[in-house]
Write a protein that binds this ligand. Structure first.
Ligand code: NAP
Ligand code: ZN
Length: 347
């Protein structure tokens, strides 16, 4: 076992605090990663606050992880010491079911192992990336393309693939009209990705406060949902709507915006049940769907795509002692557009 410095939660209400955690000894297929940076995802906050159900404490979160390989197990072939690598939301799966065989480990039929607050193969609770090192099975270690700067790339490991995967699955590209609800950590990367894929991109944000940014990221249109006219005027316009909103919405009003055969995909994960009038779906053959971050294959593809198209998240680099303040700012939507923690500050 190896003891590493980390930053984690001891209860659902207490501020996060410095702590140490144990990492397992390297198995033959394990990679030891010295973590350089970790992004702060809104899911980290939902989790440590117990909003998605009770968790065990202490808990270290973080599933947007980048760093360098420090050691490899005896049978690791895909990564070597010094490589620039990343880890996203999943760190394990059965490896045998049809989803795993298809590179869709996130949908593992026996249940994947989440990078934090998950149950590992040995029964222990997984601890995430707000730490100085981790040990991960080689199958879940991504390669970071050389052209992507390490201090900015971390949010692609969750926010990036969470938007890229549905954009690809629902064939966003030239001739498709994509709307993204909420321009936060997920949403702003989604705008850049959808634009690079060639789609016509609309941002539906609560206000116009971030309009200039949205247009600079590649949006063709930017509307305020707090303006009652917006949802009225754009009915039937979009082939694909991706909701990145962390709170409940009046989904009926957004279903109205879908074209015939259009799909509203829920990415944001509030806990409230949704209520939709069936006739709004029936009359236009519309769908409502959900989508989880993405398997290893699509995550690596997304990283290559971002390297090719010069896509990077907009980030604000912080040290350990700013994590609690950063959480407050995420909750207040006061972040442009993703906090990244410099894990060297976990002294
Ligand atoms: P974020 O940075 O806080 O962005 C969420 C955005 O939603 C905000 O910027 C805001 O956009 C909008 N919003 C927030 N509160 C709202 C409210 N009460 N009503 C309407 N809009 C509101 O969060 P994030 O890290 O992007 O994560 C967003 C959600 O996705 C979270 O629930 C997270 O857990 C979930 N998530 C899901 C997956 C997945 O696999 N499906 C992966 C990662 C995260 P505007 O200011 O532009 O209105
Ligand atoms: Zn996330």
């Amino acid at each position: 076992m190896r003891t590493v410095n980390a930053y984690g939660a001891v209860s659902a209400t207490a501020p996060l605090e410095p702590m140490t955690i144990e990492r397992r000894d390297l198995g033959p297929h394990d990679v030891l990663i010295e973590i350089d940076y970790a992004g702060i995802c809104h899911s980290d906050i939902h989790t440590v606050r117990g909003e998605w159900g009770e968790i065990a404490y202490p808990q270290v979160v973080g599933h947007e992880i980048v760093g360098h390989v420090a050691a490899t197990g005896s049978e690791v072939t895909g990564h070597k010491v010094g490589d620039r690598v990343g880890v996203g939301c999943e760190s394990g799966s059965c490896g045998e079911c049809e989803q795993c065989a298809d590179g869709e480990e996130v949908y593992c039929l026996r249940g994947n192992i989440q990078t934090y607050a998950g149950v590992d193969v040995d029964g222990s609770i997984t601890q995430g990336g707000y730490s100085q090192a981790t040990v991960i099975h080689e199958r879940f270690v991504l390669s970071i393309p050389e052209s992507l700067p390490m201090e900015k790339v971390a949010p692609l490991l969750c926010a990036g693939v969470t938007l890229y995967s549905p954009l690809k699955h629902w064939n966003a590209g030239p001739g498709t009209r994509v709307a993204i609800i909420g321009m936060g950590g997920l949403g702003h990367v989604g705008v850049k990705l959808a634009h690079a894929l060639g789609a016509e991109v609309t941002v539906l944000s609560r206000t116009l406060a971030k309009k200039d940014d949205g247009l600079a990221f590649g949006a063709d249109h930017y509307f305020a949902t707090e303006d009652p006219q917006t949802l009225h005027e754009h009915q039937g316009e979009y082939d694909l709507i991706l909701s990145t909103v962390s709170a409940g919405l009046d989904y009926d009003r957004y279903v109205d915006l879908l074209a015939v055969n259009g799909t509203l995909v829920l990415l944001g994960a509030p806990t409230d049940a949704l209520s939709v009038t069936p006739m709004k779906l029936i009359t236009h053959r519309r769908s409502i769907a959900g989508s989880a971050n993405g398997g290893i294959k699509v995550t690596q593809e997304m990283l290559e795509f971002c390297a090719e198209h010069d896509i990077l998240p907009e980030t604000e680099l912080i040290g350990a002692d700013s994590i609690n303040e950063a959480y407050q700012r995420v909750l207040a939507s006061d972040v442009r557009y993703r906090f990244v923690i410099d894990t060297k500050t976990f002294a």
